[in-house]
Each structure stands twice: as C-alpha cells, then as structure tokens.
Write a protein that binds this ligand. Sequence first.
Ligand code: PAN
Ligand code: ZN
Length: 185
Amino acid sequence: MNTAHPRLNFSTAEITGATVHEKRCTVADMQGYYRDEPARQHLDPGKLVYRVQAWLPAPEGQEGGLFLGTTLIEPGRVGDEYFMTKGHFHLNRNRSEFYITAAGSGALILMDENGRTVFEPMRPGSIHYIPFHCAHRVANTGDSLLSFLACWPSDAGHDYGTIASRGFSARLRNINGTPALVEVA
Ligand code: PAN
Ligand code: ZN
C-alpha cells in the first residue's frame, strides 16, 4: 500500500510528496465545455486552466478508502464564463465529498439529478459539502489563483461523460461584473 505521507501547505492547500500525482488541464482540454467556443479557440491551447494534486492512498475503486486532492484554478475567462473545472457526477452516484477553500474566490456549482443547478460562493476557509447524486464544478470568479482541498471516497469514481455531453442546466457567467447563473435555453 502506498501510504508515504505527503505534506499540506495550509495557505495554498498544495500537497506535495513522492506519492502525489498531478493532473493538468489546458485550454485545449476544455474543448466543448464553454458556450463561446470561438473565444476558447482564440486562447493559447497550451495555457493552463487548472491542475489537481491527488493523493490516493487506497486502490481506486475499492470501497472504504479516502482520497485527498487539491485543485488550483488559474484566473481567466472564456467569453463571459470563468476558468473552471470540467465537472462530473460520481460514477457511484451515492458518494459525497468535502471541498475546503484555501485561497482566492470562486463558486461551487452543483446540479442534482433533476437538473436543478445552484452555486455556493467559495472564499478562504469556506467548507462545502457536496451531497451524493450531485454533479459538481468549480469556477474561479476572482483575479488570483483559486485553490481548494477535496476529500472523497476511493470508490466514488468520476463520470465525466454525462457533463461532457449534456452540460449543466445553467452556466455561471460574468454579468455586469457579477457571477450569475444563467439557465441554458
Ligand atoms: C475534485 C475534482 C477536481 C477537478 O478533486 O476532480 O476539482 O475537477 P474535474 O475532475 O471535474 O476535472 C473532485 O471532485 N473529485 O471527486
Ligand atoms: Zn468529485
């Protein structure tokens, strides 16, 4: 079992150590996620949108373990939408998750299986509980790096396909300088 202990930086939530894996997501990887696709194509495809540092001390998919991960989202926009994570449901729909914000300001966007979408503002110290059966995505609504720590069950799994094909029922857009959810027609 891979349990060498990583270290947490409490100001940024960055986790470091030999057992931490990093996943990067660039503008090119976000194809199809934004309303304004031409605006996305105008950006450098190699530009970093977010990265995830994850510590998986149990085998993926095994019941009973916990995973810890930090997501760092760059400030930026694509049209009037913010740099954000792809978003997903958990493959096992009845698996929940904690998010704890370390730095920056953002929004946790939640959509239940009836397609009802809401958001919770994120700021340093805010604790968010993602109930089971809810798709989740985070947008960086500020002008500095947004970082948050997450903890989820090792058998949650990630269903990206549902969001990639159908999206959320509402988009978080910058309307006259303020983040607002706008229903998708
Ligand atoms: C998080 C997310 C992370 C990146 O660790 O995986 O914020 O978002 P996407 O996975 O949607 O690209 C989490 O919710 N884990 O379950
Ligand atoms: Zn999740």
